[in-house]
Design a protein around this ligand. Sequence first.
Ligand code: GAR
Length: 203
Amino acid sequence: MDRQVRIVCLASGSGTNFQALLDADLTPGQIIGLVSDNPNAKALKRAQDANVPTRVVPMGEFATRDAWNEGLIETVEELNPDLVVLAGFMRILAPAFVSRFITINIHPALLPSFPGAHGARDALAYGVKITGCTVHLVDAGVDTGPIIEQAAVPVLSDDTPSTLQARIQQEEHRLYPTVIKDWCNGAYAITTDSGRSRVIRLI
Ligand code: GAR
């Protein structure tokens, strides 16, 4: 493959999914930047250790959410990505962001069940016996974009939110790099069927 796919990751926290992406061979994908909204995100240190350029766009430095969104778009635009990959980025992106950049997210539940900030905790509280993780395209809604791949994780009778989250994360760390590499290799296409966008696997 002669063309590199430039990936910018966005992370707010610990960044274990970001680390899994850094550790993987994503060819022809290459992570060319990490952007965080949180100056204390451990993901920033992971990027620095891997010599990946970082940018921080804290919401508190902007007068309004709209201004922050514009600042975020400008910062990401400067890095000129082909693909934006969310790795625990806990802010809702503006419609202008998701229409400007192809953006992929990982979520710790089997969407469309349990969207939002607490996918593992909410699945446990509901009492489902199987949950998992979902890699999906980001659209203007919250965790509503077309699903790319999912992996199932059983809920055990003695699970707590943190043991379940940890087991889901093991699957996330396996699934996410695989899907991102395949995406960069053109393995997926977006189709529209009865007005709804879907992702299909081509190869
Ligand atoms: C991951 O489990 C990811 O699925 C979740 O945040 C965690 C970040 O962990 N994302 C969401 O809940 C998005 N709605 P990490 O910082 O260790 O990768």
